[in-house]
Design a binder for this molecule. Structure first.
Ligand code: 3H9
Length: 694
């Protein structure tokens, strides 16, 4: 095994290199040798200065997340940073790749930081339900000031090297030859004879900081935390850095970190961190499968969905041929795309030049023949099997032999669509979520004949266009929409039996969802579900009546709620309350008070149950894939880790018991507990770590 920490010398400068692939996480196997190395160098009079650097693709990307929740091993990261900070000779961190979390905290333990031009620096702990626990909240404000520190720590977003330089987070940037420049920098500092000041002793930025302004900013952030503890703890800890002496603030930071790291929210978010990475490891698509090259994508349909998908590709730098039926529809679609980019420009997140660059990547057309040069074609036409089949048989005739043909269907049978071509091995589903240029989730639907290299290719494309991909199998609604329909199955009965749409939605937002189911229906448009129901011979008492009255949701100003003067704020509507009461009376249902617990039991438990059925059928490979789908595509609160993780928190025996009770009352199939749930509960095993054998 190679050593994880080595020393080399350039004259009187010692270069300490950490080498712990893949991302140089600060595992115990790095901390212990680093401690020894620092001890040696501190006492070595032939060493004038120390450069701390990393081998491989990145500087330290954080503490080792896999170690959290296990018994602590000393030295911990704080011990190592304290040793580093106590060294009297100049210490310089040479940063390439990403200095994240504990990695940036390690760099803050040095006197100086020099970053490669392409490097990024950040404290993303909040995304793991944590706060920087090795001094980050106390040292960063001393360098960049409390306001900038608060923003970086609460958002968790890394900053590029030039921004880090402008805010004094780094002392210099390096266009090239980072290591040589860092050594030269260290040599200069050693030769200057001026004592280097450790970050802990730099108070200028925090003395006299505007605490009232800080508190106002922190209060704004708290409003957005939606039940998450970590952002609030981050803000508290940065505040401590202003109000408490260094060591006390450090001790307080530790206390907050210890509490968070052992809490359910951070466990949930760490589960999601690893789940997201696991999801890209797809059964039967190993590293030996070579992806195809994608130089140009074709998108069929420039409506809301097609336009959003096209923007996603262009944002990832992939040129797009955008096809519509006629010139008017094409112009409308392009105008919408341009407008969306203009909004980004007005918000300052995109420059005019970048906007022009992106618009130039669109090749609009009304001629199918122009798709012949595309390597990947995604259709986003009307959700109807006959229409999709027609599109695919046309594509079969004109697409190049190596092209990948994808459907953006949200429900339909991808195998049937593939069968309308002569190349089912090249066909799959790419289920984007609206708005497709924003939403992270991409359900990749693997048909029964989809080839491994086709899957490997789209997984790579997903990364290029910034999506979180999850591969799923074919069934009605795939994973997300199938579970959504289980969540909705009993929702109307809740209304008939006594709850109002507002009460149900409030339980959902209290749980941490961005909105409840009735707000969501109004936003999506009630007519879509109505059309689907009619096609399948199904009915929904309340929603059908609303649609019959032309109440399609936000777009008509009325749905389950009222929307006044074009606003998107739902207002309870007495007309709807009356409609619900009348419908209940007609059915002889006596309305009663329905408590929050029952609302959860009748919506989220069936959803968990459906997830377990999906696993039994092999439609999803692992329970954690389902959690990624729900947290990235449907707003399931990350602090609860997704439906499968949450089910374990809730307790499988309790869920089964309540499902059985509901099944007994209603006879509804969604309440019949799945065999998998029962088996896991009987064996005392968790659901969230379940991996199928597909
Ligand atoms: C922290 O630092 C707490 C401190 O404040 C206090 C301590 C007291 N640990 O993402 P990738 C694995 S909290 C363990 O696919 P990329 C990852 O699971 C930490 N493992 O690569 C994957 O494994 P596998 C704060 C880690 O190039 C492999 O490395 N830091 C860690 O797309 C490759 O990862 C963060 O939150 C880790 N810290 O992106 C940064 N990081 O191959 C977390 C990665 O078996 N990391 N792995 O599936 C990242 O954001 C990205 O990994 C990074 C590279 C941008 C670095």
């Amino acid at each position: 095994m190679t050593e994880t920490v080595t020393i080399t010398r350039d004259g009187e400068i010692a270069i300490v290199t950490i080498d712990n692939p893949p991302v140089n996480a600060m595992s115990f196997r790095v901390r212990e040798p680093l401690r020894k190395v620092l001890e040696t160098l501190a006492g070595d009079s032939s060493v004038a200065a120390i450069v701390l650097t990393c081998a491989g693709r990145t500087f330290v990307a954080g503490a080792d997340i896999a170690e959290f929740g296990r018994p602590a091993q000393r030295p911990d990261l704080r011990d190592v940073i304290a040793m580093l900070e106590a060294i009297r000779k100049p210490t310089v961190a040479a940063i390439h790749g990403t200095a994240l979390g504990g990695g940036l905290e390690l760099a803050l333990g040095c006197h100086f930081r020099i970053a490669d031009k392409g490097a990024k620096l950040g404290l993303p702990e909040v995304k793991l339900g944590l706060l920087p626990g090795a001094g980050g909240t106390v040292r960063l404000p001393r360098l960049v000031g409390p306001a900038k520190a608060l923003k970086m720590i609460v958002s968790g977003a890394p900053v590029p090297a030039d921004v880090a330089l402008a805010s004094a987070l780094v002392d210099a940037t390096s266009e090239s030859n980072l290591f040589a420049n860092a050594v030269a920098f260290a040599r200069d500092k050693a030769a200057s004879g001026v004592a280097s000041v450790p970050v802990r002793d730099r108070g200028a930025q925090i003395v006299g900081a505007d605490l009232a302004a800080f508190d106002a900013e922190a209060a704004e952030l708290a409003k957005k935390a939606r039940g998450l503890e970590a952002p609030l703890a981050c803000a508290q800890s940065v505040r401590n850095a202003i109000t408490l002496p260094f060591d006390e603030a450090l001790a307080a930071e530790r206390e907050l970190f210890t509490k968070l790291v052992s809490g359910d929210q951070s466990r949930a978010q760490r589960h999601l961190f690893f789940a997201e990475r696991e999801a890209t490891k797809v059964p039967r698509v190993g590293k030996e499968v070579s992806p195809l090259e994608i130089r140009r994508a074709g998108i069929i349909g420039a409506g809301t969905m097609g336009g959003g998908i096209a923007m996603a590709f262009v944002n990832g730098g992939i040129p797009v041929t955008l096809l519509e039926m006629n010139r008017e529809a094409l112009d409308r679609g392009l105008a919408m795309i341009e407008k969306n980019y203009a909004i980004s420009v007005s918000r300052g997140s995109l420059s005019e030049d970048a906007k022009a660059g992106r618009m130039a990547l669109f090749a609009p057309t009304t001629d199918y023949a122009d798709l012949a040069e595309c390597d990947l074609i995604v259709e986003a036409v009307f959700e109807d099997m006959a229409v999709k089949r027609e599109v695919f048989s046309k594509l079969d005739a004109i697409a190049k032999p190596t092209a990948i043909l994808a459907t953006n269907t949200s429900y339909l049978d991808v195998n049937e669509i593939a069968a309308s071509t002569s190349r089912p091995q090249d066909v799959l589903g790419l289920h984007f979520f609206s708005p497709a240029n924003v939403m992270k989730l991409l359900e990749i639907v693997r048909g029964s004949r989809t080839a491994p290299d086709v899957l490997a290719t789209v997984l790579g494309v997903a990364k290029r266009i910034g999506k979180v991909p999850v591969v799923v199998g074919v069934c009605h609604g795939f994973v997300g929409n199938r579970m959504l329909s289980a969540r909705s199955d009993d929702a109307e009965n809740l209304l008939l039996e006594g709850a109002s749409p507002g009460e149900v939605d409030k339980v959902f937002t209290g749980f941490g969802w961005p909105m409840g189911p009735f707000q969501m229906y109004d936003m999506a448009g009630l007519d879509i579900g109505w059309r689907n129901r009619k096609a399948r011979g199904q009915t929904a008492v309340i929603a059908d009546r609303l649609c019959e009255q032309g109440r399609f949701g936000q777009k008509t100003g009325k749905g389950f709620y009222r929307y006044e003067n074009g606003s998107r704020t739902p207002v309870p509507d007495p007309e709807v309350a009356q409609l619900i009461e009348d419908s209940a009376r007609e059915r002889g249902i006596e309305r009663r008070t329905i408590l929050a617990g029952e609302i959860i039991e009748r919506t989220l438990y069936p959803m968990v149950n459906e997830g377990a059925k999906i696993l039994e059928e092999g439609i999803a490979a692992r329970a954690s894939d389902i959690d990624i789908i729900w947290t990235n595509g449907y707003g399931f609160p990350v602090g609860k880790g997704g439906p499968m993780f949450w089910a374990d928190l809730e307790g499988l025996p309790k869920i089964i018991e309540r499902l059985e009770y509901r099944h007994g009352l209603s006879g509804k199939d969604v309440f019949r507990p799945s065999a998998l749930l029962k088996r896991l509960a009987a064996e005392g095993r968790p659901l969230s770590t379940f991996v199928g054998n597909g």
